[in-house]
Design a protein around this ligand. Sequence first.
Ligand code: 2AM
Ligand code: CA
Length: 286
Amino acid sequence: MAHQENIPFTPSGKSFTAVAINTAAKAGEWIKSKLGSHTTLSLKYSPQDLVTEVDKGSETMIRKLILTHFPTHSILGEEGVEPGPEASAKALTEMSGAEYLWIVDPIDGTTNFVHGFPFYTVSIALAYKGEVIVGVVYDPSRDELFVAEKGKGAYLRGKPMKVSGEAKLTDSLLATGFPADREGALPLNMAGLQHLAPKVRNVRIAGSAALHLAYVAAGRLSGFWEIGLNSWDTAAGALLVQESGGQVTDMEGNPYSLSIRDIAASNGTIQQDLLQELKAAATIGS
Ligand code: 2AM
Ligand code: CA
């Protein structure tokens, strides 16, 4: 990850990255134009699991754009999968044989989008033989496009990103989230929050896992954890963190993989302390 500070980033790698960037930017601008004017609001897995016609339209647009460039590639998108954790895991397993697999969240932070809270993103990752090689998260509200290429670093507005320098939890700003699963995930995330909040500088819960991960990569958050996520919430963001010098693991400290549903990401320096506290919290939450 050798960066030259003053040379602007230009996409490379058979233009996979350029396609990811252009597709995320186009879909992001489109969903932003629909803010406040969606006409359908459906419930998926639970009353907290929302979907609008804008999620579906964004995914259709993304699929068409990717397939225009790479017609033989496979695409795993949130809106192409039945709701619920079992269906998500099954869909990922079924597609795990694909050589090139795009992993797409057409709106990460749908609840925010529905309420007009400007913290939602388009998340697009490309995995080659199961390993994420490109990750792009686009935040249309601030026009920020976070991009990472495996082994080549992570960039925001052409500048290399770097994780933050906090060495202790007491100095750390963390984020977490509450996904739609109110039975399994909510008590565990609540237990983590209750356990960690007194030990850190503060905790933010802004409703987009992809953007929280991008903020860890950009050094705006020291760390992030969340139980019960899907691959489309995390694939692009995890590469952003890794390529910015941070660490991403499951709750046991195993390195990030697409099948991980429980994620802990940080600047690396606080990772072990974060995992230790989450382990202690889980014994209270279960
Ligand atoms: P979404 O907006 O794409 O659904 C909020 O804590 C995070 O959880 C968001 O990234 C949100 O993504 C995700 N999330 C919401 N419902 C979820 C579900 N049923 N399964 C997994 N992740 C979910
Ligand atoms: Ca989504």
